[in-house]
Ligand binder design. Structure first.
Ligand SMILES: NC(=O)c1ccc[n+]([C@@H]2O[C@H](COP(=O)([O-])OP(=O)(O)OC[C@H]3O[C@@H](n4cnc5c(N)ncnc54)[C@H](O)[C@@H]3O)[C@@H](O)[C@H]2O)c1
Ligand SMILES: [Zn+2]
Length: 358
């Protein structure tokens, strides 16, 4: 097992990354000054697989456990599910010293975090992420929230968990398509911050895909450490935290242009990273060899790198202009400055489109 820390003063917290560690939850909770009741937020798919060990571990640690299930799927990351969670928390009479535990992917994590941030003006919450995306990305850093019919993640708050417990053994049951989508974020960390990670992925991506647990622990801990360092520098994304959006400006636009039905988030980010790398080459910020390596690795992991011919560039531009990272008529775009390095450029949507046509 590896343990790292997100250092944010009195809001610091540990991240434990290991194999078959769910039954050690009680030990990890020790010292957090929590007692009484614990609500486990999950969905029926994940609860069927992993609620029992979590329930047992919490009971043994002296908590009275209440599971609260919300329906599976991104379309349920909304205010209605949040209402279900509040109802459950109130019915179970959770108090200030109680805790909320998110057991699931990013959807459950974002909902549970937001509920914890707002119930009784804030109770402690624990992240137990069960998708690769949630393990390397959404469970760390404290972004919580829900979607609105007019856009994704429009309602939310920054609220850090007290603890993150990552058990790589749960990835065994994750559908392969979801696993591959999570790899997009892993590759992203290599490109933006860590050329050694990138090289490791080039050599061993097949072993990751076949759930090599020791390798997963190493890679996930590396990703969490990178995210932790970024969040420590700029918790509320005033500036630098936006490096985590590498490949996401085009990725988000592609998801929106295809009605959120054709691509999983990570798949769209695969395309977005390939295009952002090409754009960086075009603007003289990186060399062709790096761009070739990036595109090769994205392809090797099983992710797409091309915008489908059915999606018009005009449609994509529309998506970018409403992107919340936009300011004025230019978009803050994360460029690749060689593998392991980034820089920001402010680009007009038309300049980005030029790169997409290339
Ligand atoms: N808060 C953040 O910083 C942040 C960062 C990135 C993404 N997100 C959010 O995360 C969400 C996407 O998260 P996701 O990709 O984890 O999707 P998800 O939560 O929808 O999970 C994907 C699917 O996998 C299933 N599943 C989860 N764990 C499983 C397991 N171990 N075995 C079998 N099935 C399992 C889920 O039930 C679901 O059907 C989006 O809403 C996105 O906005 C948040
Ligand atoms: Zn992402």
């Amino acid at each position: 097992m590896q343990t790292l820390t997100v250092n944010l003063g009195d809001r610091s917290y540990p991240i434990h990354v290991g194999e078959n560690i769910l039954d050690r939850l009680g030990e990890f909770l020790d010292g957090l000054n929590l007692r009484g009741k614990a609500a486990v937020i999950s969905n029926p798919v994940v609860a069927q697989l992993y609620l029992d060990p979590i329930h047992d571990a919490l009971s043994q640690a002296g908590f009275e456990v209440t599971p609260i299930l919300i329906p599976d799927g991104e379309e349920h990351k909304n205010l209605a599910s949040l209402a279900t969670i509040y109802d459950g928390l109130i019915k179970a009479r959770l108090q200030r010293r109680s805790c909320v535990l998110a057991l699931g992917g990013g959807v459950v994590g974002d909902l549970a975090g937001f509920a914890a941030a707002t119930y009784l003006r804030g109770v402690s919450y624990i992240q137990v992420p069960t998708t690769l995306l949630a393990q390397v990305d959404s469970s760390v850093g404290g972004k919580t929230g829900v979607n609105h019919e007019n856009g994704k993640n429009l309602i939310g708050v920054f609220y850090q968990p007290k603890l993150v417990v990552i058990d790589v053994a749960v990835l065994r049951t994750l559908p392969r398509r979801e696993l591959v989508a999570g790899l997009a974020e892993v590759i992203k960390y290599g490109i933006i911050a860590d050329s050694a990670l990138f090289q490791l992925l080039e050599e061993k991506i097949e072993r990751l895909l076949s759930i090599d647990r020791a390798l997963l622990i190493q890679v996930i801990a590396t990703c969490c450490a990178i995210k932790a360092r970024v969040v420590e520098q700029d918790e509320r994304e005033d500036d630098y935290r936006a490096v985590l959006n590498f490949g996401h400006t085009i990725g988000h636009a592609l998801e929106a242009a295809t009605g959120y039905r054709q691509f999983l988030h990570g798949e769209a980010v695969g395309v977005g990273m390939a295009k952002a790398a090409a754009l960086s080459l075009e603007r003289g910020l990186t060399d062709r060899k790096s761009v070739d390596r990036i595109i090769q690795l994205i392809k090797k992991s099983g992710l797409p790198t091309e915008i489908p011919s059915t999606v018009s560039i005009a449609n994509l531009l529309q998506g970018m202009e409403v992107d919340k990272k936009a300011a004025g008529d230019k978009i803050k775009f994360v460029m690749c400055n060689g593998i392991g390095k980034t820089r920001f450029d402010w680009l007009a949507p038309a300049e980005i489109a030029g790169g997409l046509n290339a």
